[in-house]
Design a protein around this ligand. Structure first.
Ligand code: NAI
Length: 464
């Protein structure tokens, strides 16, 4: 006999646990099937541990630069094992908190791989052979790192992001293949901690999808800090000798390093998910197909998070989970507007944006007005010694030449991941620079650079 629930969720990462928590908050009886630990990639092998190590890099930089402030300290030395232990403490505390929250909402968790068959039946591969029936089912099985032929990860010399997060010793040198969000975060962290990094990206620019002015700041900073950045290069293969790896590039050159980090994207994970006897469709790249209410082709079965072909961001998983549960409840809802979701990349300098890049806005046929302001004119940025970066705002150009709704906000520089709030708010609210320019920004703060940028788009700036 199957155990009955209003909602059965397969996968306990951000997409799955958000569906479970939101469903339970709405009074549903909920079960979650998870093969490892609730919290998923984000908590155990992704966002949280990666940001922890980037913070370690930030502390290292701060101590190394302390003299400039008249604070004389010994030059920093890294003990990566201690940092790793701290990472685990943070992760475990968050994991405990999440389990507690799920218990409090009376969510039942089953350990094992769940597979979906006909009639909303979910079989768990546990010793008891548990079978669950959900009035509704959410598929939230996430993603795993993509690999490239010839660079099969071995966990010691060829690493994926999963392996980097468990290092005890910093490699002396590394080639990071792929200059997307993960590649840039890891390259930045490894380089700041003293590893000689070569970042290899196949496309002409790092961070595809980011505004070109922002990417230029990142590349300049990476290069100034000693990293080698090579774009427009293909990776052909590698040879090993004397414990090192020579990575062969398409132009005939080689890069010889101790370690290779492969960060060329993540693929959806549907292994073991079954789906026989259901109408759920999987596309040619392995993603589960859904409509804008997260519904698969099988009535009552939804999919959210990295397993659907939308931005692979934890907060997008949260948003999709809420949409799915509200649809189950028959409530009015706004589908996720993927063009307006916030993006935050935590390399140094940080990158944060929402909405269209200048190029994408022009390509989409918008007449635009654009303003950029640099953090090097911001007093707080100078005080903290991080004046590298800028804020760029793109607004629709009205026929009379004035600035209409804000189409995109792009930031690079100190703590911009924490400053993007009014950026994504203005993009989603379709506010104009005049609307945003009325708001008072406290002085001295980093947020004044956004204030100056929108004010200047009204035709009358203060300082810029
Ligand atoms: P990605 O798709 O963002 O970037 C992969 C990069 O690798 C691309 O720039 C691509 O052109 C390049 N590439 C692919 N094959 C290559 C090859 N053979 N040689 C050289 N370059 C090659 O994937 P990434 O960075 O692995 O991240 C995976 C997912 O996780 C993304 O969707 C990303 O947005 C998300 N993520 C987001 C974070 C954030 O927002 N802070 C942090 C980490 C991940």
């Amino acid at each position: 006999m199957a155990e009955e629930f209003d909602l059965v969720v397969i996968g306990g990462g951000p997409g799955g646990y958000a569906a479970a928590l939101y469903g339970a908050a709405a009074g549903m009886s909920v079960a979650v099937v998870e093969k490892e630990k609730v919290g998923g990639t984000c908590l155990h092998r992704g966002c949280i541990p990666a940001k922890h190590y980037l913070e370690t890099a930030s502390v290292f930089r701060t101590v190394a630069g302390a003299k400039e402030f008249g604070v004389n300290a010994d030059q920093p030395q890294l003990d990566l094992g201690v940092s790793r232990a701290r990472k685990q403490k943070v992760v475990d505390q968050l994991w405990k908190g999440l389990q507690g929250l799920m218990r409090k909402r009376k969510i039942t968790t089953y350990a094992g791989t769940g597979s979906l068959g006909a009639g909303h039946l979910v079989t768990v591969d546990d010793a008891a052979g548990t079978v669950l029936h959900g009035t509704h089912v959410v598929l939230a099985t996430g993603s795993v790192p993509r690999t490239i032929p010839g660079f099969e990860p071995d966990g010691t010399t060829i690493l994926t992001s999963d392996h980097v997060l468990e290092l005890d010793v910093l490699p002396a040198s590394a080639a990071v293949i792929g200059g997307g969000a993960i590649g840039c975060e890891f390259a930045s962290m490894l380089s700041d901690l003293g590893c000689a990094v070569t970042l290899l990206e196949a496309l002409p620019k790092l961070l595809p999808g980011c505004d070109a002015d922002v990417v230029d700041v990142v590349v300049k900073s990476f290069t100034r800090r000693g990293m080698t950045v090579r774009t427009g290069v293909t990776v052909e293969g590698h040879e090993r000798s004397n414990g090192q790896i020579a990575v062969r590039l398409g132009d005939g050159s080689t890069v010889t390093v101790d370690t290779v980090v492969v960060s060329v994207g993540r693929r959806p994970l549907t292994d073991g998910l079954g789906l026989e006897g259901t109408a759920v469709e999987v596309d040619s790249r392995g993603f589960i197909s859904v409509d804008n209410r997260q519904r698969t082709a099988e009535p009552g079965v939804y999919a959210v998070g990295d397993v659907v072909p939308t931005p692979q961001l934890a907060h997008v998983g949260f948003a999709e989970a809420i949409v799915a549960v509200r649809d189950m409840l028959g409530e009015d809802l706004e589908p996720v507007d993927y063009g307006k979701v916030p993006w935050c990349i935590y390399c140094h300098p940080e990158v944060a944006f929402a909405g269209l890049t200048e190029q994408a806005a022009r390509d989409a046929g918008h007449e635009v007005v654009v303003s950029k302001h640099s953090f090097n004119a911001n007093s707080r940025a100078m005080i903290i010694g991080e004046a590298e970066g800028l804020v760029k705002v793109i607004a629709e150009r009205r026929p009379d030449g004035t600035a209409g709704p804000i189409l995109g906000v792009h930031m690079v520089g100190p703590w911009v991941t924490e400053q993007l709030g009014e950026g994504w708010l203005s993009v989603n609210w379709e506010a104009t620079p005049a609307d945003m320019g009325q708001l008072i920004h406290p002085h001295p703060t980093l947020s004044e650079t956004f204030g100056e940028t929108v004010l200047s788009l009204t035709g009358r700036g203060l300082h810029g």
